[in-house]
Ligand binder design. Structure first.
Ligand SMILES: [Zn+2]
Length: 122
């Protein structure tokens, strides 16, 4: 295989209606309805991580788990990338959403690995 191996991924997520959601120890936040992009990475067991995100029933471990566990929140699309997680996140459109979300290990100053693209088009 010549393709560079994917190390990062992005989940395009739809929050169907405005919700208050508790994100573990990070706190409870108001999520506006609309489309969000979460950027994460997995250097090992990459596809297993993607599959885990797609399962509703699982122990809630990461911030993203708390968001995806909510009824009315769903993954619209999954993108895989060979780019580094933070570079990918910073190159993504939209506004930083929920300070600290998914960024516990971030050393690149992203602020959050969740971005809000705004209301669903159409
Ligand atoms: Zn980052």
């Amino acid at each position: 295989m010549n393709a560079r191996r994917a190390v990062s991924y992005q989940l395009v997520i739809e929050v169907m209606r405005p919700r208050r959601i508790a994100i573990g120890r990070l706190g409870t936040f108001e999520f506006a309805a609309g489309t969000y992009v979460y950027t994460g990475s997995a250097r090992r067991n990459f596809e297993a991580r993607i599959a885990r995100h797609q399962r509703k029933a699982k122990p809630l471990r990461w911030h993203i788990d708390y968001l995806l566990a909510v009824r009315g929140v769903r993954i619209l699309r999954i993108m895989r990338s060979p780019r580094a997680e933070c570079a990918l996140n910073q190159a993504t459109a939209g506004q930083t959403s929920i300070a600290g979300f998914g960024a516990s290990d971030c050393r690149a100053g992203c602020g959050s690995h969740l971005r809000h693209l705004g209301a669903q088009p159409g």
